[in-house]
Design a binder for this molecule. Structure first.
Ligand code: ADP
Ligand code: MG
Length: 144
């Protein structure tokens, strides 16, 4: 297989994981998975911050609850880089519903509900660009 394109993606260790004290274990999986962390910060989102971040989900029945969940404490957004980083991070995360997530994935191990599912990952180059810009400026991102 030819090497994949080097991409950047936006990952978030969600408030449930930060509160449970498993952020370090999740970061270890990122590093052992061969993804480089280019930026990271703890953010306690306001309701407006969460609503703007999840704007594509405005019409979903779970939108209000999701925004409340994401503001319940600090989360840890990160910029990750690597070959096919967008899909590779989603593969490490596992399925949205942790009951359907493959064994060994982050959500299978750390999620406690379909909402409190431990981590977020951008799902396309377009969403990665929007989401990286939502949390980080160019000067925050350390190319290496
Ligand atoms: P993913 O995070 O896997 O990309 P989605 O973009 O579909 O999943 O949904 C965004 C987030 O909304 C999920 O990670 C989860 O926290 C929450 N969510 C998704 N579906 C549901 C649902 N049916 N009920 C409650 N919360 C949900
Ligand atoms: Mg999504």
């Amino acid at each position: 297989m030819s090497p994949g394109k080097i991409e950047r993606t936006l990952a978030i260790i969600k408030p449930d994981s930060v509160a449970k004290g498993v952020a370090g274990q999740i970061i270890t999986r990122i590093e052992q998975g061969g993804l480089r962390i280019l930026a990271a910060r703890l953010v306690h989102m306001s309701p407006e911050d969460a609503a703007g971040f999840y704007i594509v989900h405005t019409d979903k029945p779970f939108y209000r609850s999701l925004c409340a969940f994401m503001t319940q404490g600090p989360c840890l957004p990160m910029v990750l880089e690597g070959e096919n980083a967008i899909q590779r991070w989603r593969d490490l995360m596992g399925a949205t519903d942790f009951r359907k997530a493959a064994p060994g994935t982050i959500r299978a191990e750390f999620a406690s509900s379909i909402e409190a599912n431990a981590v977020h990952g951008a799902d396309s180059p377009e969403s990665a660009a929007f989401e990286i810009g939502y949390f980080f400026s160019a000067l925050d991102i350390h190319s290496r």
